[in-house]
Design a protein around this ligand. Structure first.
Ligand code: SUG
Length: 418
């Protein structure tokens, strides 16, 4: 049975706040703060536990090996000598945000009937640009079944590709052919536009998607300039529903018309700026919710960051939305504050893959028992806190490497330690 499986990136033991992502307001605001990797990873596991309890299919990815010493070597340096921003980049636990791991086109959309995945190059941000080799290895391990999956290498530079964070899919149900929407940026004014149209078009071609099944939409320059560094900060889609801020897209009317032309059943919920300002949307991460279909036809739920509940304008809008008895029937706030402080909400932490879970390497599929085992490892081995100046400390490096290895062993995934 084809179903949506959410693969969450486990928050790695090197999680820290280095202010590395220009254009990501939370990352800049928390630069230099002490981080709490253990608490962060446990928050992530709790989110998975919550979603399993809702009856949703759940998978996970291992954190990548950090600090990335081979990357430092390729830059002619090492941990002692690297300039501090390069050292921080080598230490970043940014692979936790698995929505940026790859773009996924489910099998019913692709001309050869296989699920296609293109690993994101993440080239705009130095600390993210060295994720792809580890991600490629992990995806080729988890989705090794070549009868059902094709995992492509990243689109080459200079075309920036940020993966599923700039990709949405509308469909009657997950197991039927859908309309894939690729969102790219042109200019964010003071901030970089990380997704380039050339990369989006290349991914669509490589996945074998027909013209009638694809839309390329420009993210609004206003949204990028306000801090929506990825489209999933201002819009999210699930099955026939698109939930979006009024100011998310540059040519909104034209975009909506193209959607309705290619997918007439689309249900577009536009949140007006006079109810929720772009600023409130970005501060609360309202749209970085996981919009999911509940089992047994119970409608859709929004799995939101607790910050959305704390924002008055956002929460009263959501209460009004629920009272309208539309597609969205349930609001589930979850606490992922440690990730949020780096600009990563519930939706950033997951990669959606539509597949039959029997085709996936079972070591990546979550059960409550496995989450319990992982929680024990994390509680024992993840550093409690990291202050930025500790990144120079060789003991920290050892602690982090040992912690990751303990988790890889617990999940029988030591082959990922290259
Ligand atoms: O790429 N933050 C990530 C957040 C990614 C969110 N993902 C989605 N929207 N799907 C980023 O900006 C901050 C790291 C630091 O500053 O230490 C960071 O990389």
């Amino acid at each position: 049975m084809l179903q949506e499986i959410n693969f969450d990136g486990i928050i790695g033991p090197s999680h820290n706040y280095a202010g590395l992502s220009h254009g990501n307001i939370a990352s800049s605001a928390h630069a230099g703060d002490a981080s709490y990797p253990r608490e962060a990873a446990l928050q992530g596991l709790e989110k998975m536990r919550h979603n399993l309890a809702l009856g949703l299919a759940q998978g996970f990815f291992m954190p990548l090996g950090r600090p990335n010493i081979p990357w430092l070597s390729s830059l002619g340096t090492n941990l002692d000598q690297a300039p501090s921003h390069i050292r921080s980049a080598a230490y970043s636990a940014s692979s936790m945000w698995s929505a940026n791991a790859a773009t996924i086109s489910p099998a019913p959309d692709c001309d050869d009937g296989k699920c296609h995945m293109t690993v994101a190059n993440l080239q705009t941000m130095p600390h993210r640009s060295h994720e792809w080799p580890g991600t490629l290895l992990q995806l080729r391990t988890a989705f090794a079944n070549r009868d059902h999956f094709t995992v492509h290498t990243p689109i080459p530079s200079p075309f920036g590709d940020e993966g599923a964070a700039n990709h949405m899919r509308l469909c009657a149900s997950h197991d039927t052919a859908g309309l894939e929407i690729f969102v790219y940026g042109k200019s964010g004014g003071r901030f970089p536009a990380r997704q380039h149209i050339e990369a989006s078009q290349a991914v669509a071609r490589k996945h074998g998607l027909g013209d009638s099944q694809v839309i390329f939409a420009q993210q609004s320059e206003k949204a990028i300039a306000a801090g929506a560094f990825h489209n999933d900060v201002v819009a999210v889609a699930n099955e026939h529903t698109l939930f979006t801020h009024e100011d998310a897209f540059e040519h909104r009317e034209q975009f909506y018309n193209e959607i309705l032309d290619k997918f007439p059943q689309a249900n577009i919920i536009t949140v007006p700026a006079n109810k929720v300002s772009l600023e409130d949307a970005i501060q609360s991460y309202l749209f970085n919710a996981q919009l999911v279909s509940l089992p047994e036809g119970a409608g859709m739920a929004l799995i939101l960051p607790t910050e959305a509940k704390e924002n008055k304008a956002v929460w009263s809008y959501l209460e009004e939305l629920l009272a309208g008895n539309g597609a969205i029937r349930k609001l589930c706030p979850v606490d992922v504050r440690q990730s949020m402080a780096n600009g990563g909400g519930p939706a950033c932490l997951r990669l959606r893959v539509v597949a039959d879970s029997r085709w996936v390497d079972q070591r990546f599929i979550a059960t409550t028992e496995k989450l319990d085992l992982m929680a024990d490892i994390i509680a024992q081995h993840w550093p409690e806190t990291i202050r930025p100046e500790q990144l120079k400390d060789p003991h920290l490096r050892e602690t982090i490497a040992d912690a990751r290895m303990a988790l890889l062993k617990c999940c029988s995934l030591t082959e990922l330690n290259v």
